[in-house]
Design a protein around this ligand. Structure first.
Ligand code: CAA
Length: 387
């Protein structure tokens, strides 16, 4: 799978950002491409690849070096996510969850002890994290948490079930959102750090998914799990706010994942259209294909600009909830469209695994669902407009 360079946005990147981009691109070609079809077919978790990403500093990209991270900006994170997702969106989502949904919140709101104990191994890639918000009956409606964290003085007693948890089986450290004071609704929710192996914590069934089949998605069960009070992040009742703020950043990561799926599918389509002949000429010489490629390029570049804009707003220390929702909804819908068109450009070959685009089309769908559906993003955007 050769990669055609799309350098339009690179003109605005710093030297360091360009280096990160190239490092991610090379890693994806060398480490992710071999075996990507097999991992997808047989639902194999990319454990080796994640370990190597950790060694390269990609598992804690934005975490300060003081806590084992790489101290990079969000723009670099977007660039890396795009490059890895072009080849393997299953591996990139594992990385994204660890970076955005686990490390970010621990660094911003964890206390010193929590950072030393949990953030350092997560940021160095020695351990893997998971973020546990969704429940069988609380997806988009995230305030309706049924999992309870009963205050027992020096600890919380955790009970409930979480669903569709990325890294669910392979993680070591879980940030679990749970209700402590139901009468306070979202202001009664806490976020607790739960370790694998705590008594009463069991990993449920692995989901068999349409796409991102290399990533492991599980339900998790908590039955009278005693979580020490010192494992609560922030003050009592801060959990929902924590989850929402965390997801604002997570959505930049998923937008960049969607961008990568779209740009990967687009680049393969350009390449294929130059090689495949029909009616005596390469199909790239037919206007029917040219218009498709032009529309794909437009959507990819718009996605890239929205992703980079959201990242720059975050790096500037401004409110990025609106920008990240815009990037996520646009890039995920573009990924679905571009990858579907990529299958069409490839014709019969597009429908078989060897040509990669059918996997990209399946992988694209989840970007419209997780870390807030397209409908949720539109709620966030319209609230930003109307407030
Ligand atoms: N940023 C910061 N704060 C936010 C926020 C945001 N984007 N959205 C809401 N809040 C705050 C509000 O300000 C409010 O706080 P105050 O009461 O202090 O003012 C509080 O949260 C409650 O807000 P709302 O009354 O607006 O809540 P709501 O019930 O109307 O829901 C929602 C709003 C936007 C729909 C929210 O529930 C939501 O984002 N739902 C989607 C959840 C989600 O993304 N789930 C994905 C699961 S994680 C995952 O997929 C990870 C994975 O494994 C890959």
């Amino acid at each position: 799978m050769a990669i055609i360079d799309t350098e339009i946005s690179a003109a605005f990147l710093t030297e360091e950002q360009q280096e990160v981009r190239m490092a991610a691109r090379e890693f994806a070609q060398r480490e992710l491409l071999p075996g990507v079809i097999e991992r997808d077919t047989h639902e194999i978790f990319p454990a080796e690849q994640i370990k190597k990403l950790g060694e390269l500093g990609f598992m804690g990209m934005m975490v300060s070096p003081e806590y084992g991270g790489s101290g990079m900006d969000t723009v670099s994170y977007v660039l890396a996510m795009e490059e890895l997702s072009k080849i393997d969106a299953s591996a990139s989502v594992c990385m994204s969850v660890n970076n955005s949904l686990v490390c970010w919140g621990l660094e911003k709101y964890g206390n010193e002890e929590q950072k030393r104990k949990y953030l350092v191994p997560l940021a160095t890639g020695a351990k893997l994290g998971a973020f546990c918000l969704s429940e069988p009956e609380a997806g988009s409606d995230a305030t309706s948490q049924r999992t309870t964290a009963e205050d027992k003085g020096d600890h919380y007693l955790l009970n409930g079930t979480k669903n569709w948890i990325t890294n669910g089986g392979n993680a070591d450290i879980y940030l679990v959102i749970a209700q402590t004071n139901p009468e306070l609704r979202h202001k009664g929710i806490n976020v607790l750090i739960v370790e694998k192996g705590m008594e009463g914590f069991t990993i449920g069934k692995k989901e068999e998914k349409m796409g991102i089949r290399g990533s492991d998605t599980h339900s998790l069960m908590f039955s009278d799990v005693r979580v020490p009070k010192e494992n609560r992040i922030g003050v009592d009742g801060f959990g929902f706010r924590f989850a929402m703020e965390t997801l604002n950043g997570g959505r930049i990561g998923i937008a960049a994942q969607a961008l990568g799926i779209a740009s990967g599918a687009y680049e393969l389509s350009v390449q294929y259209s130059k090689e495949r002949k029909a009616f005596g000429v390469p199909i790239s010489q037919h206007q029917a294909i040219q218009f498709k490629l032009a529309d794909m390029a437009l959507k990819v570049e718009n996605s890239r600009l929205l992703c980079l804009q959201a990242a720059r707003i975050k790096d500037a220390g401004l409110d990025y909830a609106h920008a990240s929702a815009m990037a996520k909804v646009y890039a995920s819908e573009a990924a679905m469209w571009v990858s579907t068109e990529a299958v069409q450009v490839h014709g019969g070959y597009g429908y078989v695994k060897e040509y990669h685009v059918e996997r990209m089309m399946r992988d694209a769908k989840i970007t419209q669902i997780y870390e807030g559906t397209s409908e949720v993003q539109r709620i966030v955007i319209s609230r930003g407009i109307l407030k």
